[in-house]
Design a protein around this ligand. Structure first.
Ligand code: NDP
Length: 324
């Protein structure tokens, strides 16, 4: 029987448990997909730890992105055939070998995008896409700050920013991560575990500050991020890997007439037109080698807990995939 990794309650990685599930049937509008690669994301740890509300009234299967091959079609499914290679990103349910999923969430994969690359890039790459095309659209010649630059989203965003002619300043923890970020589009990299990033950004920009900050670190960085902004600058807070920042007041924006937004990928991808066009953009950028997707950690699905330990322990760079 296919295996799945579930959490019965909130807690650390040790609560993740392997179970066997019967192969699901594809209901009307659904497609049965045999997963070939499953992405690991920081959001998986937020649900597991209880930082995000438990979304089901039963055991939770984690995992929000995967790729695979179509095994069967339910009734009323157009546009897909048995044998198609597909990928998706929706909240939870992906840490399984075989899954019945609504066809509206799936995109077909071009030959040039491997299953592993798709599983490593659907959630993280589409996040980079909306951050740079919807949340704040940096223009050629502008300068932005991007935290956790050597991470899954960070390495993709750095390359995309460079392709747009934007000067990207990245932060990362430690010299090896900084060197990796520098090879993936970041014009300047700050080791924010060793240096004060706010002072370094001021130095790099000659005191001017940056047009926007993309901050997914949260508690440890938000205050410094706002201090790095130019007047009229934009703070995009899209995560909290160090914990939630709880001291924010609307009046903080008055320091520079700042704009702030706290976006969520799934609000964008719920629009099928956006999902299709943004995925096509992402796949094109991968095919033409503007974006290299770095899969720097691979685990078997059964060892998902080790993947969580590494991600939360700041031991990873680029993307992590589980092989079912
Ligand atoms: P990453 O690969 O970037 O891993 C998170 C990184 O955060 C770590 O490697 C680490 O990098 C940094 N970090 C800083 N402080 C801590 C801490 N105290 N504990 C752990 N890590 C820390 O993860 P992802 O690419 O999966 O996601 C990046 C961020 O983007 C996450 O916060 C995630 O929640 C968010 N996200 C939000 C989305 C949205 O739509 N809102 C969608 C996708 C991702 P370093 O060692 O260099 O500091």
């Amino acid at each position: 029987m296919p295996i799945a990794i579930v959490a019965e309650r909130t807690g650390g990685p040790e609560i993740l448990r392997r179970i066997e599930l019967p192969t699901p049937a594809a209901d009307a509008g659904q497609v049965l997909v045999k997963h070939t690669a499953i992405g690991v994301n920081f959001i998986d740890t937020y649900f597991r730890s209880g930082l995000y509300p438990w979304p089901v009234d039963r055991d939770l299967i984690l995992g929000s992105e995967a790729a695979g091959v179509v095994l069967a079609l339910g009734e009323n499914v157009d546009g897909f055939s048995v044998g198609d290679r597909v990928a998706y990103t929706i909240p939870n349910g992906a840490y399984v070998q075989t899954r019945a999923i609504d066809a509206k969430h799936l995109v077909k994969l071009p030959d040039a995008v491997s299953d592993e690359v798709a599983a490593a890039a659907m959630l993280k790459g589409l996040t980079a896409h909306y951050l740079l095309h919807r949340s704040y659209l940096p223009k050629k010649g502008q300068t932005v700050l991007f935290h956790a630059a050597a991470g899954g989203v960070g390495l993709i965003a750095g390359q995309w920013l460079a392709a747009k002619g934007v000067t990207a300043i990245g932060t990362a923890g430690g010299p090896e991560k900084c060197a990796l970020a520098a090879k993936h589009g970041y014009a300047h990299v700050i080791d924010y575990r060793a240096e004060n990033f706010e002072e370094r950004v001021k130095e790099i920009t000659g005191g001017a500050g940056v047009d926007a900050v993309y901050d997914s670190v949260g508690k440890d960085t938000i205050a410094g991020s706002m201090a790095c902004l130019k007047t009229f600058g934009t703070l995009v807070n899209f995560g909290q890997s160090s914990g939630p920042y709880l001291d924010f007041k609307l009046s903080d924006l008055a320091a520079g007439s700042f704009t702030v937004t706290r976006p969520v990928l799934f609000h964008f991808t719920a629009d099928r037109n956006y999902l299709e066009t943004a995925s096509a953009d992402l796949f094109e950028m991968i095919q033409n080698r503007t974006l290299q997707i770095k899969i720097n950690q691979r685990y078997s699905l059964a060892n998902a807990a080790d993947a969580h330990r590494a991600l939360e322990g700041r031991k990873t760079t680029g993307s992590t995939v589980l092989i079912p």
